[in-house]
Design a binder for this molecule. Sequence first.
Ligand code: ATP
Ligand code: MG
Length: 641
Amino acid sequence: YRSLLQNNGIYLDDNQWSAVETTEGPLLILAGAGSGKTRVLTTRAAYMLTVKQISPKEMILVTFTAKAAKEMKARMEIYPNLSKQTLKQLMVGTFHSIFYKILLHHHPDRWHSSKLLKMDWQRDKLIKEAGREIDIDEKDFAYDQALTQISWWKNHLISPDQVKAADQWEEKVQYLYKRYEEKRTNEQMFDFDDMLIGCYELLKSDEHLRARYQQRFNYVSIDEFQDINKVQAEIITMLTEKSNNLCVVGDDDQSIYGFRGSDPDYILSFQQNYQSAKKIILNENYRSNHSIVSVANKVIATNRKRFKKTLKAQYHIENYPTLFYPYDEEEEATMIVNDIKKRIESGARPADFAILYRTNTHARALFERLIDSSLPFVIESDGESFYNRKTIRKILAYLRLAQNEDDMKAVPDMTSALFLKQNVVQDVKAYSITHDCTLVEAFSYVENLLPFQLKKLKALPKQFQTLRKMPPEKAIQYIESEMGLKDYIKKQGNEGNKMERGSDDVRDLKVAARQHETISSFLEHVDHMIAKYTEIKSLPPSKEAIQLMTIHRAKGLEYDHVYLLGTVEGNLPHDYALEAWREGNDNPLEEERRLMYVAITRAVQSLSISVPMMRRGKQTQRSRFVREAQKMISKASSLNT
Ligand code: ATP
Ligand code: MG
């Protein structure tokens, strides 16, 4: 079979092959990025199906993201002698998809009729309702962080009553958790965590069913095992208790979901949990050229909590990663787009490119340059356009009213930025009719509010007159400092969402606004971009497009040319990790370094790391990760435009 594979262009080295042949019993494959872990997993499955004649109905292949599952399915199609029929019967999927199927199968009435809280805003809505019921003041409470905490408890199988709150805040969240769960059950809703918990409880409580699934899932293989969390690990333990046929593959250096409760200890202690486990280490990197591999090795070596391993590159091509220093986000985007254009002109395909960043908001400038360039691209994200983000919408509402004092659609956003109740919106509308004036003028007639609120509103019509004449960047500054938005932005910042801050968004909005001379031309641009964003999101996934995604989403994938945005202190590593590090906790910083390692190791041929000198209107410092590997990175800025 091995030579048959070779004849089909599928090579495996001896270590990889020995993993493929180990089909029975527990097997641990621990290896660095690009060493062929996923290839081993798929080849092993193919080997079991064709050579060992194991039925596809006895196997599952599990991974963590839908994109990775899709990729794995596609990789299964290259093997000789595997019929479409067999592949169709083979279960390849994410934990969630597989466990949800089980739940639907056994409790169709319950799970079909319940509603999945699929989008972030749905969970957001539910938790805020729960909060109101227990008198949590919405403006002062970090709901995002509370949701993360609740999800962490759920994934650790800790029920509301079992929580041991560490401080006052956690005590409050524990309360909220209880209420959230009650509401969720009463209203027949469930979130993604409930799929896992539901499956865990089902298998735990029903011995017959458990025995059935132990047979059904006689051979379990899991990719990216470093990302497993408690509830997933418990389910897998139950399923493989009898057969012991569990093959796990992973890299502790790529564990980047700690904040969501995944625990690399499971991979590191695998041999203790499965005493007879065979361990195979793969050291060769088959993905990237050796310059990229040496930078990756160098960066990750600083981490202390890791299983030490050094990757050796198979491909000895010298092509050191490029550092480039754009002035700001706009120039960063321009340089990247121009570089991609040049490479496409000399033969590369759009699909060979990936542009990686920390969070989706960072893609704002890039998105706009790509739209201008008419290159094909896709964004991997569930998120909204930058211009639809909470804080941004509020500011845009002011600008819209400056441009058109009767823009009714903008009023609710504006009043909520001033922390006014929604009935004020109706009042304003009524006053504008009874006094025959514009909506903006009507603000000065509003009654029945606290004196300080009335004072703010009375000042508005005049402020809007001033605002209207300003260039957009200055206008945003004025809205922020003079028209009452500062409080709102500050509250957003305090809302504790560690990854995102309202004020960061506002700074980026100013960078965007700077490109325009008038408010109306800026708003025109904004509306165009919102429309384009919706359009691009609704396109079917294209194979022939430049890929834009977060580093988290890129895990397990590879691209010929990779660009990494915003490699500066405060972003990568993120401020909150640096804060923790200064307080003596270096776990978050180690996770940031792993994030950098994942980003670097996606690149096959070329890697370009951007270190903008200004970011969100502030001077930057290059990332410590860049500093640590600077000697190995070529400074020649080949991305000059
Ligand atoms: P990651 O840690 O990023 O998930 P991985 O360890 O899963 O990486 P793969 O994606 O399986 O690595 O392999 C990396 C690349 O190397 C792929 O393009 C794969 O096809 C190729 N590859 C793997 N093994 C070999 C080999 N023995 N000979 C040639 N190419 C190989
Ligand atoms: Mg992989």
